[in-house]
Design a protein around this ligand. Structure first.
Ligand SMILES: [Zn+2]
Length: 340
């Protein structure tokens, strides 16, 4: 297929044009989180002809994702494929010319350089503030633009962060100096609607395409918010940079330099345990767990159900334990089935 024909409709759009297409084709985007927002971003960027896309996601496809995570299929959920890998396969079906790297991994301070370096823009498809602060630290330190986005219920928000030298906008910590205190609504507790995540992911992808095609001056430096059920849809001006900001002012990259919490709540009756790197042979583990519960395993993950708990173990030793929010219980289950 001729590249010119494939991309003819967007090349025809004068502000983008053939120059934009050429720049986009040589550019790389990193997408952190391949849920509803990330799959929309990835689809639009791959179809638009981005040169390379790094997909970073630690989770696997489940049936409850299919309502809004448009890249995935029932077969992906049945096979329990990691989202990054399932996304990679479907994106290549849409455009085999894109270089796609699928990282079945958590973004953390140790791997941020490996996973994000070379990206011309970073897209937020995460569901937690901890990772957003980490992205912000990395983006400000390296001077890479990133596009914040979040959605829950019928509400969504998107905002481009353009740090120096690419821009001079407020950074995420200028606006949110600390993570919000207390419990926050999540997609598990408050639900989420597909049109909202698709809208927010599309806005993020649009700003990313402007940046990667060399048209950063056209980025809309606004905070976009929308409640698609109750209204309204709004755009507010971004506040100016805070010269006292710990991140972009004092350049203290606390999240990038800090140590990650060894155990974290996943926000949906689940605890993730990632205390240390310990390669685990999933074939061997499946043999050891035989007869103790139901097991489903592939090269990317092993899922084990015993009683009220579902344990998913990854080859790097990380595990997600569903059916509890009690860290102690989760640790005990990990110790019981996987060992210390
Ligand atoms: Zn700042």
């Amino acid at each position: 297929m001729s590249q010119r024909e494939r991309f003819s409709r967007q090349i025809r759009f004068a502000p983008f044009g053939p120059q934009g297409q050429q720049r986009l084709g040589g550019a790389t985007a990193a997408i952190v989180g391949c849920g509803a927002l990330g799959t929309i971003q990835a689809s639009l960027l791959a179809r638009a002809g981005a040169g390379a896309i790094h997909l970073i996601d630690r989770d696997y496809v489940e049936e409850s994702n299919l309502q809004r995570q448009l890249l995935y299929t029932e077969a992906d959920a049945r096979q329990g494929l990691p989202k990054a890998e399932a996304a990679r396969r479907h994106l290549l079906e849409a455009n085999s010319g894109v270089r796609i790297a699928a990282h079945v991994s958590d973004l953390n301070p140790e791997n941020a350089d490996d996973l994000l370096s070379g990206a011309g823009v970073i897209l937020d498809g995460t569901d937690n503030f901890e990772t957003r602060f980490l992205i912000n630290d990395y983006a400000v330190r390296e001077g890479i633009p990133w596009i914040y986005g979040a959605a829950v219920g019928s509400y969504g928000i998107a905002m481009p962060i353009m740090p120096m030298p690419a821009g001079d906008s407020a950074c995420f910590r200028c606006i949110y100096p600390e993570p919000p205190a207390g419990a926050q609504p999540t997609c598990e507790t408050a639900g989420v609607l597909g049109p909202v995540t698709s809208l927010i992911g599309s806005i993020q992808a649009m700003e990313a395409i402007k940046i990667l095609s060399g048209r950063s001056e056209s980025v809309r430096r606004k905070i976009f918010t929308a409640d698609l059920w109750h209204g309204p849809i709004r755009e507010a001006g971004m506040p100016p940079r805070d010269p006292e900001c710990a991140c972009c002012g004092r350049r203290e990259f606390n999240w990038l330099n800090g140590r990650r919490a060894p155990v974290s709540l996943c926000g949906r009756n689940a605890v993730q345990i990632h205390e240390r790197r310990r390669p685990i042979d999933l074939v061997d583990l499946a043999l050891r767990l035989e007869g103790l519960g139901s097991i489903r395993s592939n090269e990317f993950a092993l899922r084990f159900i015993s009683g009220d708990h579902e344990i998913t173990v990854f080859p790097d030793g990380r595990a997600i334990i569903k059916g509890t929010t009690d860290v102690g219980v989760a640790r005990a289950i990990y110790a019981r089935y996987i060992g210390n």
